[in-house]
Design a protein around this ligand. Structure first.
Ligand code: UDX
Length: 448
């Protein structure tokens, strides 16, 4: 099939490359000329395992094209994906200006029936706005051309996006008629061979499904973080509790890992946007609000642990930080707990020596050069002359470090672990003061 994808960001590029890999002819449109030039050279703007070879292969065999010409893009695809960004505006709600601009562009150039598919995460009711926008431009052009608007939210995880896209758990399609339903079924047929993953519904339900899914996952995390805070006060070990409840198949083991708060481009933004949407329809979303509040507080947890150890005397302290990205396998630092920690440390007069396998450049880009931030080439170098070690991201290379070296390098043998990578008893044996999340030092205090 002929497909056009507007927006070569995270969602658009992965979707386009995967659709081309099964034989669809995909044209990617972006207004950023440099990005398009880079993509043609096989240079991918994001770090995502498996994406580079897929893009290069598609470009070489001609099934994946890159252009800044929206005219070409609109004339090419029977299906037009909108996969542009929806950054939060000042009040936290999703800004639709890019989405509606693409809708207007499609309407400006279309000469025959098109199916406009919204992939961007957008508030419930956006499809109606896209439809109205297209109708308005067509009316200005004084033409009557039939079109359909479909909602097809993405459920990609960063770091596993290619795989998630190739083997989706489900393909949610909100559509209004048989024609668009049939086209979407044909488009996704290659991903649907072994069992039917298509879930059809009305457009508004599809739009809400995306927010409900992310909010449910965020709820599981905030719930576990709340339990971990309770465990600390009650002298219990949250890791034992996690295994105890995860074994109930109704609860399940996934997304119940306590930590230093969720980050990324989706959970914080989507929970906040859904809260906004609820307010707009005069509903006070008590659960969602609590999920958000718990997460904001949890991001201060590592700083509080350090403060506890150093009795609030953090000025002039030099803190080693392992992990800057919001999760492993990505260089993305959006809403990362490391940012909340660094900012709190800087306000308290401490400095940071950080190492991350992928996000060093991103950190440099975000914070530039400053005296209280040193980006170190290895995790060992980050320890040199540091007063304590904090772990923000569970990169696998942090799982079995040389603890003797850690003790030898640090001025104080203390590890604040935001991801529960180590065993409190083993740490104690090595003479390390260990703060985990819902276990370790703080739990011991409660038990005394
Ligand atoms: C998420 C959803 O998983 C995906 O379906 C959606 O399309 C986009 O948002 P992503 O943001 O890439 O994907 O990351 P994810 O792996 O879900 O992790 C999000 C955050 O939650 C990370 O900061 C992670 O550390 C945290 N997390 C996750 C926990 O703290 N505990 C857990 O048990 C799981």
């Amino acid at each position: 099939m002929k497909v056009t994808v507007f927006g070569t960001g995270y969602v658009g590029l992965v979707q386009a490359a995967v659709l081309a890999s099964v034989g669809h002819h995909v044209v990617c449109v972006d207004i950023d000329q440099r990005k398009i030039d880079d993509l043609k050279k096989g240079i991918i703007p994001i770090y995502e395992p498996g994406l580079t070879p897929l893009v290069q292969e598609g470009y070489q065999n001609g099934l994946l094209e890159f252009t800044t010409s929206s005219e070409h893009g609109v004339s090419h695809g029977d299906i037009q994906f909108i996969a542009v960004g929806t950054p939060p505006d000042e009040d936290g709600s999703a800004d639709l200006k890019y989405v509606l601009a693409v809708a207007a562009t499609v309407a400006t150039h279309m000469e025959q029936h098109k199916i406009i598919v919204n992939k961007s995460t957008v508030p419930v009711g956006t499809a109606d706005k896209v439809r109205a926008q297209i109708a308005e431009v067509l009316a200005q052009r004084n033409v009557t051309i039939d079109f359909d608007v479909v909602s097809n939210p993405e459920f990609l995880k960063e770091g596993a996006a290619v795989n998630d896209c190739k083997k989706p758990d489900r393909i949610v399609v909100g559509s209004e008629n048989e024609k668009s339903k049939k086209a979407m079924t044909e488009l996704y047929a290659p991903f649907n061979r072994n069992h039917d993953r298509m879930i059809f519904m009305d457009v508004r339900s599809a739009e809400l499904t995306k927010y409900a899914a992310n909010s449910m996952l965020a709820t599981k995390i905030s719930f576990m973080n709340e339990m971990s805070n309770l465990a600390e006060r009650l002298g219990a070990d949250i890791e034992a509790v996690r295994r105890g409840i995860g074994s109930d198949s109704r609860i399940g083991y996934q997304f119940i890992y306590p930590g230093c708060g969720y980050g990324g481009s989706c959970f914080p933004k989507d929970v906040q946007a859904l809260i906004r949407t609820a307010h707009e329809v005069d509903y006070q979303p008590a659960v969602l609000q609590a999920v958000e509040n718990v997460n904001v507080k949890q991001k201060q947890k590592l700083f509080e642990n350090l403060s506890d150890y150093f009795d609030g005397q953090l000025a002039q302290k030099n803190i080693a930080l392992w992990g800057l990205s919001f999760k492993p396998q990505t260089d993305d630092m959006r809403e990362a707990s490391s940012i909340a920690l660094m900012e709190a440390l800087w306000s308290a007069g401490a400095s940071v020596q950080a190492y991350d396998p992928e996000a060093m450049e991103e950190c440099q880009r975000l914070f530039g050069k400053r005296d209280d931030l040193r980006l170190m080439g290895t995790k060992e170098a980050a320890l040199q002359g540091a007063d304590a070690l904090v772990i923000c991201t569970e990169w696998s290379r942090f799982r079995a470090p040389d603890f003797d070296l850690i003790v030898a390098e640090l001025n104080h043998p203390v590890i604040v672990d935001g991801r529960n990578l180590y065993e409190p008893d083993a740490m104690e044996e090595k003479g390390i003061v260990y703060y985990g999340i819902g276990r370790g030092q703080s739990v011991k205090k409660a038990a005394i």
